[in-house]
Every structure is written in structure tokens, then in C-alpha cells.
Design a protein around this ligand. Structure first.
Ligand SMILES: [Zn+2]
Ligand SMILES: [Zn+2]
Length: 138
């Protein structure tokens, strides 16, 4: 588990001014590897932070993504998902339960940014969809 102090230090390393709200959002993402949505983060943090708004959560995430502390995933068409793990890994979206799982050990070549004369490609997202093991067994 990442403590508040560790998260505070992490934000400073990433050149992010560690406000209480930013630290709380980052700490939640570091300790809950569920690829959370804005709503999930808001619902989890708001009991302890009554002044927190959904807009603040959204703006905080936007900043964390811009600074490279968090990655945003578009795997779930209904909600942006946020991941504190910015290393190269793929994701699996279960069409039955909506859970987003990590897929590690993919071929590193999949994450190389290809050259294309017409586009300046900046990001690569490896997404798979289907039915997860738990849903398949039920
Ligand atoms: Zn499932
Ligand atoms: Zn992930």
C-alpha cells in the first residue's frame, strides 16, 4: 500500500504540486488497481472530503494524465478508466461484468509507436474484449 506521504513524494517527482485532493486521487489509484472511473473515485473519496466535486476529480485526473503519472484508457466506451500503472501493458474488457483487467507479458513490439507519414502517432492502447473467467464459469 502506498501511504499518503509516499504519494506526496511521488507527485513532487512528477512535477505536480501535491495538493490534498491531488494526493488523495493519486493514492486511490495507486492502491486500487481496478482501472477506476471518475464516479468510482468520487464515491470512494467524497465521504472523507466533503468539499470534493466530480469536476475536481475530473480536472485532477486530466492533470495527472498530462504529467504522465496516470494513463487514461478508452477501452470502456461508457467511461474513461484511469490506471496508475503507466508501464506497457494491455487490457481486457469483460462485456458481461464490465471489469477491466491487466494483461502483462505481451510482445513489446506491440507498444512501439509506428511511423506514419500522415499522422503523428502519440499513444498506443492495446485493448481486448470478451468474457472474463469468472463470468464464463457462471
Ligand atoms: Zn466478467
Ligand atoms: Zn492496467
Amino acid at each position: 500500500m502506498n501511504s499518503y506521504i509516499q504519494t506526496h513524494q511521488f507527485l513532487i517527482q512528477k512535477n505536480i504540486k501535491p495538493s490534498v485532493q491531488r494526493t488523495a486521487v493519486m493514492e486511490f489509484l495507486l492502491n486500487n488497481r481496478i482501472h477506476a472511473t471518475v464516479d468510482e473515485i468520487y464515491v470512494a473519496l467524497s465521504p472523507d472530503m466533503p468539499t470534493l466535486s466530480k469536476t475536481t476529480v475530473y480536472n485532477t485526473l486530466d492533470l495527472l494524465v498530462k504529467k504522465g503519472a496516470v494513463q487514461m484508457l478508452s477501452i470502456d466506451e461508457k467511461n474513461a478508466r484511469y490506471d496508475a500503472d503507466t508501464s506497457n501493458h494491455g487490457h481486457f474488457f469483460c462485456q458481461s461484468c464490465g471489469k477491466v483487467s491487466d494483461i502483462f507479458n505481451l510482445n513489446p513490439a506491440l507498444f512501439e509507436i509506428p511511423y506514419h507519414p500522415n499522422f503523428k502517432i502519440k499513444t498506443v492502447e492495446i485493448s481486448y474484449t470478451g468474457i472474463c473467467k469468472e463470468c464464463k464459469e457462471n
